[in-house]
Design a binder for this molecule. Sequence first.
Ligand code: ADP
Ligand code: MG
Length: 269
Amino acid sequence: MNPQPAPTELPAKLTLKAVSRIFGEVTALAPTDLSVEAGEFISVVGPSGCGKSTMFNIIAGVLAPSNGKVLIDGKDVTNSSGHVGYMLQKDLLLPWRTVLDNIVLGAILTGGASRAEREEGVALARRYGLGDFINHYPAALSGGMRQRVALMRTLAMHHDVMLLDEPFGALDSQTRLAMQQWLLSVWEKEKRTIVFVTHDIDEAVFLADRVVVMTPRPGRIHEIIDVPIKRPRPVSSLTDPEFVRLKQRILATIYQDPRAANDEAAHDE
Ligand code: ADP
Ligand code: MG
């Protein structure tokens, strides 16, 4: 059972209010509302071009919305950066910097990493399985390890909200599964709020408390689906009947297959 949080007077951790973005003729994001509670893990899924990265860029304050507001803890942060940790779709490590330097890069770029910040970087690397690699260069690491370094860099920036844009997209499926489990263990320890973009529906459902399903032309949130699968989630969750049912529902939404949608409606009570 995954009861809904009790209604509260506290503002949500992250709120989008009618946020939209138009590029010339293209409505990259139609007016969008979203509310994310502290500590939630939200997946955002949808085909290429449905506005996922546009939404993230607006939340991160690096792209101006055409309209609407972004709030964090109820505070208006529209058009202002530095309030969230953001791991870009192409979050490249600096090849000429060590693993440790890459982890503390945020501090290096804003005036230099203090001894305490470097020690914290070492502690992060140890806690999450890269302790033996802090003095290596990225070229010596596997793809999964490089993504872990990029994620630790985002963690080291100490924001409650982390936006992760398809962080595992380039990994093979087995490494990807290992990384998903690793990410869940990090999330459980760090108690951050995570919004995670992926076009992989298994990944979206496996990780999330709720899945935001987006559709293109115009890019918008079509549906938000609760994932009432208990945690911790073993790999066997992937074949749980509830998991399969949620996956079918998301596929039907994305591909707008009328038969699939009707089948789904027939199963809904
Ligand atoms: P996703 O991340 O879901 O693949 P994007 O948010 O990158 O989608 O893009 C959504 C739509 O907006 C696409 O049609 C894309 O071509 C368009 N778009 C994104 N960024 C720009 C830009 N800087 N200038 C013009 N069009 C853009
Ligand atoms: Mg994208």
